[in-house]
Design a protein around this ligand. Sequence first.
Ligand code: NAP
Length: 263
Amino acid sequence: MKKIGFIGLGNMGSAILNGILSKQTFPPEQIAVSRKHPELAEKYAENGVRIYTGNRELAAEADLIILAVKPNILESVLSEIRDVLDKQLILSIAAGWTPTRLSAALPAGVSYISAMPNVPAAVGSGCTIINEDGRYTDAQMIQAEQIFGAIGTTHRVSGRIFDVCGTLTGCGPAFVFEFMEALCDAAVLEGVPKPLAQSLAAEMIGGAARMVESSGKHPCVLKDAVCSPGGTTIEGVRALHEHGFHVGVMDAIIRAYEKGKKL
Ligand SMILES: NC(=O)c1ccc[n+]([C@@H]2O[C@H](COP(=O)([O-])OP(=O)(O)OC[C@H]3O[C@@H](n4cnc5c(N)ncnc54)[C@H](OP(=O)(O)O)[C@@H]3O)[C@@H](O)[C@H]2O)c1
């Protein structure tokens, strides 16, 4: 029976654990968590998850360790557990921790996979980018996909495009929230109550996204289909272009990606 250990149980660690428990990807008895304040993990203990106060004892007993601490803490966590690592698979979600950096911090022979989940994981609608560069067996990669599959979709990509894909999915939700806020402000300005504006914006964005997914059509084809000649939508599209919307969004991704390279 594989034992899955979590080191770090904040926003993302708890989103992954909640997903695993609610989707029953693994039974609670197979899961252990380590955190600095065990009292905060009581609700998981009630479900049958084992709680460890120390990272080392958890790491020694786990077959697969999910590292969900902040990137600046990871160095000290790895040096703390390094000498109890042997055959485990390390799953890191720490931003900026490349496979090369992980490999250097781990004993030779320890398997590792790095992945980048995103915020909608908290509601089971995440999109996790998994780096193909790493040290793992096929079975371990499948296990990683099962874990991240509990919080949404997964995509394996090569190391060459991992960071830019992670920027799109990781930073993208904030850009969509900005877009939603602007939609709501416009509706409120024209007299729509804010809660209604918010629901309409969220449903519209969700519907448009599902249309792209299910039709497989390029967004520009779908956009053209909404724009009747001489109509209202094309007038709005012109306003977006006048304000540099398209280039602005491209620039947001590129600048976030470039910033990530400097951190
Ligand atoms: N949030 C996101 O959207 C997102 C997306 C993709 C990737 N990530 C990555 O996910 C990781 C976690 O981010 P987060 O937003 O979930 O951070 P977070 O909410 O601050 O959670 C960090 C967790 O680490 C625990 N921790 C701190 N020091 C520890 C130690 N020495 N040993 C064991 N646990 C320790 C904290 O425990 P206490 O609460 O007890 O202090 C907390 O549970 C980061 O590396 C980040 O790059 C996050």
